[in-house]
Design a protein around this ligand. Sequence first.
Ligand code: NAD
Length: 437
Amino acid sequence: MIDARQSNDDNPTRLDVVYDHLNTSDDARERLAKAKLAFHVNIPVRMDDGSLRTFEGWRVQYDDTRGPTKGGIRFHPQVTAEEVTSLSFWMTIKCAVVDLPFGGAKGGVNVDPKSLSRLELERLSRGYIRAVYDVVGPDRDIPAPDVNTNATIMGWMADEYAQIERRQVPAVITGKPLGLGGSEGRVAATGRGALQVLNIWAKREGKSPEDLTVAVQGFGNAGYHFARLAHEAGYKIVAVSDSKGAIYSDEGLDPEPIWRHKHKTRKLKGMVYCDASVCEEAAFDTLTNDELLELDVDILVLAALENVITKDNASKLKAAAILEIANGPVNFEADETLEDKGIAVLPDVLVNSGGVIVSYLEWVQNRSGDYWPQDVVEKRLAERLDREAEACFQLAADKKVSFRTAAYIQGIGRIAEAMGQRGTASYFGEQDGRKSA
Ligand code: NAD
């Protein structure tokens, strides 16, 4: 289980450090200690063999002070109420870090989607929307894809919502296919945003892409688009991995032909390397997933899962900096070890926010009916991330805190400010000597 708040009676939490830097009211602390709504459903699905199976699912809306809640839906056999709650908390922080007018939510279904036929998957996706219909909506809570869900599933879900409402409501879900109101630029948005945050950090460190070697754990949607764009920008990608293993080349890898090969063969290994029209067997070294994490590179990119770096392996890392594209890949205890070792961690709530920023732009386009070309979407993404990432790095420098703490100060500060504008303890009168804002 992951615990975004890392609450534990014996230890200071990530949030304690943040609140120490924020002169905020106790109201914010109290409200952000628990999710606003946790909706638990059981979804009956007719299977292809005629039997009926029930799948457990959740939708958790953590906080909606700054706007309707926003967050993906995950289909995974290890999804639990606790995991969905932690992820919904991170979404709350993330939306505020990049100043979107959204609160945070997350959804999940406990299922191994690979064990379902395509029709069963469609029935489950539509069943999920029927189950959570009462709590979602374009002004209330807007789902999106997450692990093991994609544009096709978002299309089925948006269609199910439209059938219940008996009208088109594309803004109820983002990450839809283009023909159903999706946005240009959404597919690569998370990788593109992560690269932009890395570029801003590198520039502040006085380094250029050509000076930096990169290893990427997780060669899926987010990791691949990051690697492709980073390679184009001049970074040297020396290793990539998926759940089955890793490949390495001292000379650097070109992610694009590797991606095409992986999609044809389902394998990273035994690579056929294609340069223009010439294809040849490439002699890439293979590594285990653990060996990739311990490579002596400038940047280690974590784009697979949560809880990858823990106190057990943090001391073995040799990278100069970590770019968190996955949600929660470095746990609380590992954070402390990495800080002691001087390894900079560029945090998930900032680094992977490109996805939710373009989801926001999709929601805006759906509501206005005005659809923008890819360059307009990318320009808006870049402007917002530039502003918010620079502010975050500057905050870290000014307050002499980690980038993660700075991002949390930026996000929670905005949420607390909005809460304060609705009235806090000081507005209603000090009670029992409690702090006011
Ligand atoms: P994905 O399913 O497309 O890709 C995940 C990749 O990780 C796959 O290549 C898989 O083989 C690999 N992987 C799994 N276990 C591994 C292991 N032990 N070692 C190495 N590789 C392993 O998922 P995605 O959409 O790319 O998301 C990846 C992470 O980024 C998730 O944590 C997700 O929550 C986060 N994220 C994604 C987006 C987005 O827009 N895609 C946005 C924000 C956050």
